[in-house]
Design a protein around this ligand. Structure first.
Ligand SMILES: [Zn+2]
Ligand SMILES: [Zn+2]
Length: 200
């Protein structure tokens, strides 16, 4: 479940009961085979308790809830205020997308251009060495290749916050998840990053 007010996802934590984490605390996002209506994603996230746990999110929660656009809105009489905020958010999001702004973007290295994406295109995330930036491995929705970008946490967590400049690894990654994971870890800490402008 996603909370638009705090931009946090709620999962269960075996230690503390509930964990509220931002998208940038996700470490792996993988669509489960089979389930398509709705599509379900398995994630690993770094929890406030210090451990890493698995969790499940639907496609709606992952890509649409941060924009206030989730289908099957969670109805709770105690949250009429939140519902109003979500309506407003949805309105605003629709207008900004209509005006050519995009909630999330990344730089596709093989294509040498920025591309709009949704969180479901992120498949690996890791804190960078200085802990302030986040390394993201993204599968390009257009060309299918994998690129690694270094971005701010806000770039990941806050819809429509796109860093003006991001850092990329000039490396074409393996498309299969297992190999990409190894290469991701190796490249992320190699500090061989190059700057790119992200204006779409
Ligand atoms: Zn925990
Ligand atoms: Zn691409």
């Amino acid at each position: 479940m996603y909370d638009a007010l705090t931009t946090r996802y709620a999962f269960s934590c075996p230690d503390r009961g509930q964990a509220r984490v931002a998208l940038s605390s996700f470490r792996r996002i993988e669509q489960l085979p089979g389930a398509t209506h709705p599509a379900v994603f398995e994630v690993d996230f770094d929890c406030g308790c210090g451990d890493r746990h698995p969790g499940l999110v639907t496609h709606d929660e992952l890509d649409w809830a941060p924009l206030g656009l989730a289908e099957g809105v969670f109805l709770n009489l105690m949250t009429s205020q939140l519902d109003a905020v979500e309506d407003e958010l949805a309105d605003l999001a629709a207008r900004r997308i209509g005006a050519g702004e995009w909630p999330w973007s990344f730089f596709c290295y093989p294509e040498e251009r920025p591309r709009p994406i949704f969180p479901s295109s992120f498949f690996l995330l890791a804190p960078a060495q200085d802990r302030e930036a986040v390394g993201i491995a993204v599968r390009c929705p257009v060309c299918g290749s994998v690129s690694v970008n270094l971005v701010s946490a806000a770039h990941v967590d806050v819809p429509f916050h796109n860093d003006a400049q991001i850092w990329i690894v000039e490396h074409v990654f393996q498309a299969d998840a297992e190999r990409a994971l190894e290469e991701f870890a190796a490249e992320l800490y190699s500090a061989r990053f190059d700057a790119r402008r992200l204006s779409l």
